[in-house]
Write a protein that binds this ligand. Structure first.
Ligand code: NIG
Ligand code: FE
Length: 390
């Protein structure tokens, strides 16, 4: 997965690795003398890709929202459920009630399911606390997951996810009294790798999010945003003006918004699980992302409301089937571009000076990863040059 052919595919390839990373990759016939004596591990002619990266999840949370799934099937929309006190706010109740241990216990099977699909790096957001203690509790739980499992966790502070019931109608007061102080406290504890928000009619205006981004900037933290998911409020262009790492969802984004992202170098994170689960009809502007060279990532958005989807391979399939992304774009979306969406330059491609994190697949061609659904072809993960799932 490093040459000039489609997918960068190299047939009959070899990769020379040390625990520090990749030294060389190319055709087996061209192995350089300097590494020819290395012990060899035969992968049986299998497909090797970079280990996958899920760059947008809410996998730490309390409870579930199967009842809202039933309500939506009876005709209620995602926004109607939210306005009736359900939605994000109902997960906030369950997350506040859960202990840090409870959150970890509930998250472990979710993270294990991702690991079993070859994921080596996962992003996890807060945003179901909406009070200082619970936001910190979620982020601490997310950090602890990385100590319990062979996976790297990148944490994102999402205090501006929704206005909690106790601040109903007082969004700005919530930002000043809870969200921004929680961000500062979390940063103080080194719990934050990036800052996110939800710019939407049922959440915050772009101007309100900009205040949170100003706080992020003063702490030296990168930003990203849930934007134009249900309507076009101009959140993406606003976030791009802050050099956002990524803009996520984007079904209602227009061409000026795409151009703003292109100028800022922001990644478009495509989240087909949420599109599917809320039965959205408007597809994200994939053609415009291509036209303006905006890199596209693909993620699960794993969360209890709009995307209870625990499979990154399924997200790849859906990105192709629902949005007509190509399987090559879908794979770049869960490797190279997902790394960029997290601000990471040391992974997501098989090339020298990158981490030796690979997924080895029972597959002959990379299109197979997006083509099947409900089937997991992972043979093994190799992390830091070592096999960790035999
Ligand atoms: O990414 N868009 C906002 N936030 C989450 C969903 C949160 C929820 O419904 O619990 C998302 O879709
Ligand atoms: Fe999300």
């Amino acid at each position: 997965m490093a040459g000039d052919a489609p997918y960068g595919l190299i047939e009959e390839a070899a990769i020379a690795v040390t625990p520090d990373g990749i030294l060389w990759t190319g055709a087996e016939a061209d192995i350089p003398a300097a590494v020819a004596h290395y012990p060899r591990h035969d992968l049986g002619g299998r497909l090797v890709t970079p280990a996958l990266i899920d760059c947008h999840t809410h996998l730490v949370h309390g409870g579930n929202r199967a009842n809202e799934f039933e309500m939506r099937l009876m005709g209620a929309s995602y926004e109607e459920v939210a306005k009736a006190g359900g939605g994000i706010i109902s997960t906030v109740r369950a997350t506040r009630e859960a202990s840090e241990e409870d959150l970890i216990a509930a998250a472990l099977p979710r993270i294990d399911t991702l690991i079993a699909e070859g994921v080596s790096t996962v992003e996890i957001k807060s945003g179901y606390g909406l009070d200082i203690d619970t936001e910190l509790k979620m982020l601490r739980a997310a950090r602890r997951l990385a100590a319990l499992r062979p996976i790297e966790v990148h944490t994102t502070f999402l205090g501006a996810h929704a206005v909690p019931a106790e601040f109903k109608g007082r969004a700005d007061a919530y930002l000043d009294e809870v969200c921004i102080p929680a961000l500062k406290a979390a940063h103080e504890e080194e719990l934050v790798d990036a800052v996110d928000g939800f710019s939407e009619g049922i959440a915050f205006t772009p101007a309100q999010i900009a205040r949170v981004f100003d706080a992020a900037k003063s702490l030296g933290l990168p930003v990203k945003l849930h934007a134009e998911q249900l309507s076009n409020l101009g959140g993406a262009a606003m976030a791009a003006s802050y050099g956002a790492l990524s803009l996520d969802h984007l079904e209602y984004l227009d061409e000026p918004g795409v151009q703003a992202m292109a100028s800022a170098g922001s990644v478009a994170v495509i989240l087909p699980g949420a599109f599917y689960a809320i039965r959205e009809k408007q597809v994200p502007p994939v053609g415009l992302f291509r036209k303006h060279n905006v890199p596209m990532a693909v993620a699960t958005d794993l969360n209890p409301g709009s995307s209870p989807m625990n499979s990154l391979l399924l997200a790849m399939n859906m990105a192709c089937t629902l949005f007509r992304m190509t399987p090559e774009e879908a794979l770049a979306g869960t490797t190279r571009n997902a790394a960029t969406a997290l601000g990471l330059t040391d992974r997501g491609v098989i090339a020298p000076e990158h981490r030796a994190d690979f997924a080895v697949w029972n597959a002959e061609h990379p299109a197979e990863l997006s083509y099947r659904f409900g089937f997991n072809p992972l043979h093994q993960r190799i992390i830091g040059g070592w096999i960790d799932i035999p």
